[in-house]
Unconditional design. Structure first.
Ligand code: SAM
Length: 218
């Protein structure tokens, strides 16, 4: 059910004008974007800007991504209700909530303990019981819960982290922005067999850097 709150109309406008109009067609993704209350995932002082066509600062020098890129990356994962998903870069928890609408289980890794704690509390308050937030270096994935049907990296990697590739289930898809610190392109990897991977590229994008052992070092 789509919640009615003070932002229902502006959320519907966001979906029509920023997401459908740019070619997102997956009805499950559109329904999730219509449902998740994005204003609950930003600082109170920024709630009125939550549905604008841009990222917003959330503290610790990090951002909640632009609504369109959240929808685009989610569509590229091609999730089913049975999917198990790993997200790298919890940030506000918004993308994790969108994934939780579409999959059976979401594990989300965040390197900043404070962001992780706030996101987990928000997700619990909104009754997303199928999301677990883990503090750590997400470039290493979360081996204890692997394999995953979908892996989504929401920060900019210098190259595809090998640990993430190895934690994909056969048939699973990894979506990751790869490139320089200033500009990246979405890479999609599909695991076809034990050692067989298909790779292709999608749109250009700009994310904050993915730090860590298989990310940027400083
Ligand atoms: N998905 C988030 C949301 O919905 O709000 C937005 C993610 S923000 C663009 C990128 C996040 O990746 C930041 O919170 C940053 O701290 C996190 N990050 C960067 N490198 C990381 C790493 N190695 N492991 C886990 N999180 C990382």
């Amino acid at each position: 059910m789509i919640p009615t709150d003070g932002y229902s109309e502006v959320r519907e406008t966001m979906v029509r004008h920023q997401i459908e109009s740019r070619g997102i067609q997956d009805q499950r993704v559109l329904a999730a974007m219509r449902k998740v209350p994005r204003h609950e995932f930003v600082p109170v002082s920024k709630q009125r800007e939550a549905y604008e066509d841009r990222p917003l600062e959330i503290g610790s020098g990090q951002t909640i991504s632009q609504p369109y890129i959240v929808a685009k990356m989610t569509e590229l994962l091609a999730l089913t209700p049975d999917s198990r998903v790993l997200e790298v870069g919890t940030g506000s928890g918004y993308q994790a909530a969108v994934l939780a609408e579409l999959a059976s289980e979401v594990v989300s890794v965040e390197r900043f303990e404070e962001l992780a704690g706030v996101a987990q509390a928000r997700l619990e308050a909104l009754e997303y019981g199928n999301v677990t937030v883990v503090v750590g270096d997400g470039t290493l994935g979360c081996r204890e819960r692997a394999p995953y049907d979908g892996i989504l990296v929401t920060a900019a990697a210098p190259q595809l982290p090998e640990a993430l590739r190895s934690q994909l289930a056969i048939g699973g898809r990894l979506v990751c922005p790869v490139g320089s610190r200033d500009l990246q392109q979405l890479k999609i990897v599909v695991r076809k067999g034990e050692a067989e991977f298909d790779e292709h590229e999608s749109i250009r994008c700009m994310f904050v850097p993915l730090m860590g052992r298989e990310g940027w070092s400083g």
